[in-house]
Design a protein around this ligand. Structure first.
Ligand code: NZQ
Ligand code: ZN
Length: 387
């Protein structure tokens, strides 16, 4: 097993009715920026619950953080914080609102142009230079509620860029599984596939000595396979909703990647598809992931075979099991309502591979994946196979 440090200071407050604890979680006397998205929190009563439980606090509201949050929008919130001397941010929403708040938190005291945080993928480590924040999660998917990563889009340049750092863990996150009842089917499907792919990014690498990490990863995959299709049909079922929400958090709160290699190339390529065509994040992963496993078959077949045996009970030779495991993964994505070809989402896809390769070249991303052997040639092959 590789050496590791496990640091995760987020106080995760999980379960029905936990929004009631808000007033004890926010620092006393704080002036709060309540950040939210396009308004779903007004329709499902979450806004009301939040306000009712923060009666003694001064709250300034900032709405309109869009899915795949824009740098341009977030900078408006930075101005509000500076003008109104706000000292705590509460993100109420899905991954986009939480990621947006992470950026806002880092940008307020940043010396220089905050766009550099994104373009230079700066590591934000100094707690004295960020605005502390908490979250009320409304969409299980990203794990952003319990990690220190964020993805922000610069609209002007159509770039979707990830950054993060140890100063950007939420102080607390309230995860109440009953809030998912108002989610559209499409977003529930997205959540399952995003979390599933997070596990695969940290699991489908090469055989290693992280036996426990593998077993934890496999149990998250199995739970998502068990509850995913059902929770989409019945999000009011608490057993389904709570296991779905907890699986999503566990998939990307850092635990399963400790001491083991990880890949993340599916996400890096997927972000480009969202930046170019506005495709939902999870759906880009369903398009790219299986083709990445096909192109990188020789590197990944040991782990693909383990996945095939343990998750889908497959038998046969290593190559047969590994191949069939990819087919089963695509079938699961279809069950979860995903289209798995780029041409299902856009008709103007023919230059996509060259565009992405050029971008990666400019950024110096010449070798991705757990072995840095996903070269630009391989990226091209993966994207072309995804058409
Ligand atoms: O904006 P509102 O009106 O709130 O509506 C949202 C949005 O339209 C809606 N929604 C959220 N909760 C709801 C609800 N509608 C009804 N009832 C509720 N309870 O759902 C829509 C999508 O929300 P969004 O936050 O965009 O979805 P998600 O949580 O999937 O987040 C996606 C973003 O997270 C990034 C993605 O790249 C993407 O930008 N990721 C962040 C990661 C991280 N920080 O670790 C990792 C991921 O791999 C991912 O890259
Ligand atoms: Zn993701």
């Amino acid at each position: 097993m590789l050496n590791f440090e496990l640091y995760n200071p987020t106080n995760l407050v999980f379960g029905k009715g936990q929004i009631e604890k808000l007033s004890t979680l926010v620092p006393q006397g704080a002036k709060i920026l309540l950040a939210y998205g396009g308004g779903s929190i007004f329709k499902n009563g979450v806004h009301e619950q939040v306000i009712n439980n923060l009666k003694d606090f001064t709250i300034v509201e900032f709405g309109g953080i869009e899915p795949n949050p824009h740098f341009e929008t977030l900078m408006k919130a930075v101005d509000v914080i500076k003008q109104q001397n706000i000292d705590f941010i509460l993100a109420v929403g899905g991954g986009s609102v939480i990621d947006g708040v992470k950026f806002i938190s880092a940008a307020v005291h940043f010396e220089g142009n905050p766009m550099e945080i994104l373009q230079k993928r700066l590591l934000i480590k100094d707690l004295s230079k960020v605005i502390p924040f908490g979250t009320v999660l409304t969409l299980p998917a990203t794990g952003s509620e319990m990690n220190s990563g964020s993805v922000v889009t610069i609209k002007a340049t159509q770039e979707k860029l990830a950054f993060g750092g140890s100063a950007l863990f939420p102080k607390f996150s309230i995860c109440d599984p009953t809030v998912i009842q108002s989610l559209p089917k499409r977003q529930l499907q997205n959540g399952v596939v995003d979390a599933y792919t997070h596990v695969l990014e940290q699991y489908l690498t090469y055989p290693h000595e992280g036996f426990l990490q593998d077993r934890i990863a496999e149990s998250i995959l199995q739970t998502l396979i068990q509850v995913g299709p059902e929770v989409v049909e019945n999000p009011a079922d608490y057993a389904l909703a709570s296991n779905f929400m907890w699986s999503c958090t566990m998939a990307l709160n850092g635990l399963i990647q400790k001491g083991v290699p990880s890949d993340w190339a599916t996400h890096m390529i997927g972000h480009e598809l969202t930046a170019l065509y506005g495709i939902d994040h999870a759906r880009t992963l369903a398009v790219v992931g299986p083709n990445l496993y096909r192109v990188m078959f020789e590197t990944k077949k040991g782990k693909l075979a383990q996945y095939g045996k343990r998750i889908f009970n497959l038998t046969g030779t290593e190559d047969e099991i590994a191949n069939e495991a990819i087919t089963k993964t695509v079938a699961f994505f279809h069950t979860m309502g995903m289209d798995t070809k780029l041409s299902d989402y856009t008709k103007e896809y023919d230059k996509t591979a060259d565009f992405i390769v050029d971008r990666f070249k400019e950024r110096g991303w010449l070798g991705l994946g757990e072995k840095q052997n996903i070269t630009l040639e391989k990226v091209k092959a993966i994207v072309e196979m995804s058409y």
